[in-house]
Design a protein around this ligand. Structure first.
Ligand SMILES: *Cc1c(COP(=O)(O)O)cnc(C)c1O
Length: 444
C-alpha cells in the first residue's frame, strides 16, 4: 500500500503544503486496552526506574554536576505564568501552565540525557558482568574504576544522530573510557561536533540525513565484534530510559498542588523527532496518571514523521519523503524523516494527537521564552508551545476535549510545555537564534 493511499487525501494535501495542523488520533485507547496490545508493561518502567537508581552513586562519581542531586538526573518544573500571559492575555479556559525544563538536564543539556545515559550504563554493566569485573549485587560505582576503564577502552560505542543523542552518548561513553564513534547527519550543528571532538570522540560527518547517519553507524558496528550500536530507531533501552522521567515529574506536579482526574485534565506537549523520547515519557505518564493525561507530540511542518506513521496506521514507519517533504528544519533535534520502528509499532493507542509547527514559530517562541521566563532553549525545544492554543481554540482540539471529559473542565486544566534542549547552546549561536526571531536572517 502506498503512503498516499493510506493517508486521507485532505490530510496529505495539508501536510505537503506545510500547513500547521492538529491531527487527532482516532486510535487512542483507554489505558487497559492500550496495554493489552503492547509488548511493554508498567513493570518495565518500574524496572528501568530501579536500574537508573542503581546507577546514582556511579553517576555522582563520574559527573561533579550530579554530586548535589546524589546522582539523580532531573530537571525543574517551573510555572509558565509569565509565558502564558504573553501568549494568551485572558485567563478562563486556558488553565494553568508549567514548563518541564528538560532543556536544563545535567550532563547532556537535553532530553537525551535520560535515555542516552541509561542505554550506555546498561551496556557497560552487562560488559562488566560478562567479564567478571563486578558481581551481580555489587555497588555499580565499580564501573568507574581503573580496571573497568581498561575493559571499556577495548570496546566501542557507535551511534547515528542529528546532534543531541550523539552528544549525550559521547559524553557518557567517553567518561567511562569507551572508544566512541558518532555518525552525524547533515543537520548537526558545528558546536555539537566540536564539543564531542574535544572529548576525544570520533565524529563522522555524513552528507545525508538522520536515516543515512543511523544506517552508516549500524553498518560500522555490524562489522566489529567489540562495537555496540545505540540504535535510535529500535532501541528498547533508550525508550525505557526516557520513561523514567514520569516518576519524578509526577512528584513535582503533586508538589504544586495539581490534581489529575476526570475534572482536572492534564495536557502534555512533547517535541518529537524519531519518537523515542516523547513516547517513553508518554508511556510512563499514561501508566502513572491513566486516561486523564493527554499527551500530544509536536513536529516540524517539514518533518511530521510520527504523525504520518500514526495516521497510516501501519506498523512499519514511512518516510515524510514519500509524500514529498524534505525534512529540512532548523529544529535539528526533530529533523527525522522516518519514525522509530520500535515505537511506531505499539505507541499509537497511548498518544492523543500530533500537531505541526513551522520554523518561524519555533524562533518566535524561543524568543518569547527568553523575554518572559529568562530561559534559554534551542528551536526544537519550542515545538510544543502552541499546544494549548490548538486544544483551546481549534475546532479539532475542542472536539477532542469535548469527547474526553468535557469543555467545562478546561478552566481546571493544567498544560505542560516539555522543553527538550538548549542549556548547552553557545552564546554566539544563541544570539543568532534571537536575531532570527527578531526578523534578521540567520546568516546576517
Ligand atoms: C531528540 C530530541 C527530541 C525528540 O526526541 P526523539 O526521541 O528524537 O523523538 C526533542 N528535542 C530535542 C532538543 C532533541 O534533541
Amino acid at each position: 500500500m502506498s503512503v498516499e493511499h493510506s493517508l486521507p487525501p485532505d490530510l496529505t494535501v495539508a501536510l505537503v503544503e506545510r500547513r500547521p495542523l492538529l491531527w487527532i488520533n482516532e486510535g487512542w485507547l483507554p489505558l487497559e486496552m492500550a496495554q493489552a496490545k503492547c509488548p511493554y508493561s508498567v513493570q518495565h518502567v518500574y524496572d528501568a526506574e530501579r536500574r537508573m537508581h542503581s546507577y546514582a552513586n556511579l553517576l555522582s562519581r563520574l559527573f561533579p554536576e550530579l554530586v548535589e542531586s546524589r546522582g539523580v538526573i532531573d530537571s525543574p518544573l517551573r510555572s509558565a505564568e509569565p509565558l502564558r500571559r504573553s501568549m494568551v492575555p485572558e485567563t478562563g479556559e486556558w488553565g494553568r501552565w508549567f514548563i518541564k525544563c528538560d532543556h536544563e538536564l545535567p550532563v547532556a543539556g537535553s532530553i537525551k540525557a535520560r535515555g542516552g545515559i541509561y542505554e550506555v550504563l546498561v551496556h557497560a554493566e552487562r560488559l562488566a558482568l560478562r567479564e567478571g569485573l563486578i558481581s551481580a549485587d555489587e555497588d555499580l560505582s565499580a564501573l568507574a574504576s581503573d580496571s573497568a576503564r581498561r575493559l571499556f577502552s577495548k570496546n566501542r560505542i557507535v551511534v547515528g544522530s542529528t546532534g543531541n543523542l550523539g552528544l549525550s552518548i559521547g559524553i557518557v561513553a567517553s567518561v567511562l573510557g569507551f572508544q566512541v564513534n558518532v555518525h552525524m547527519s547533515s543537520d548537526a550543528k558545528e558546536w555539537k561536533k566540536e564539543r564531542l571532538k574535544s572529548l576525544g570522540v570520533q565524529v563522522i560527518q555524513h552528507a545525508g540525513d538522520f536515516v543515512a547517519a543511523v544506517a552508516a553507524g549500524r553498518a560500522q558496528a555490524q562489522g566489529d565484534p567489540h562495537a555496540y550500536f545505540v540504535d535510535d530507531e529500535r532501541s528498547e533501552n533508550l525508550f525505557l530510559g526516557y520513561s523514567v522521567a514520569a516518576r519524578q515529574f509526577c512528584q513535582q506536579l503533586a508538589e504544586t498542588g495539581t490534581v489529575v482526574d476526570s475534572r482536572h485534565p492534564l495536557f502534555v506537549y512533547l517535541p518529537c523527532g524519531v519518537g523515542g523520547a516523547p513516547s517513553g515519557i508518554t508511556f510512563g505518564l499514561r501508566h502513572r496518571l491513566g486516561d486523564h493525561v493527554h499527551c500530544f507530540f509536536a513536529e516540524p511542518t517539514a518533518s511530521p514523521s510520527m504523525l504520518i506513521s500514526f495516521a497510516t496506521g501501519e506498523d512499519r514507519p514511512v518516510s515524510v519523503r514519500d509524500i514529498g517533504l524534505d525534512s529540512r528544519t532548523e529544529a535539528d533535534g526533530l529533523a527525522v524523516a522516518q519514525a522509530s520502528e520500535l515505537v511506531a509499532s505499539f505507541m499509537r493507542p497511548f498518544v492523543s494527537g500530533v500537531f505541526t509547527v513551522p520554523d518561524d514559530h519555533l524562533f518566535e517562541d524561543l524568543y518569547r521564552m527568553q523575554c518572559t521566563q529568562g530561559l534559554r532553549i534551542e528551536p526544537s525545544a519550542a515545538a510544543g508551545f502552541r499546544g494549548p492554543d490548538w486544544l483551546v481554540r481549534s475546532p479539532a482540539g475542542r472536539e477532542y476535549v469535548a469527547n474526553h471529559g468535557g469543555l467545562e473542565y478546561m478552566r481546571q486544566a493544567t498544560h505542560i510545555l516539555w522543553t527538550t534542549g538548549g542549556s548547552f547552546v553557545p552564546e554566539q549561536e544563541y544570539a543568532e537564534f534571537l536575531k532570527r526571531a527578531r526578523g534578521g536572517s540567520p546568516e546576517a
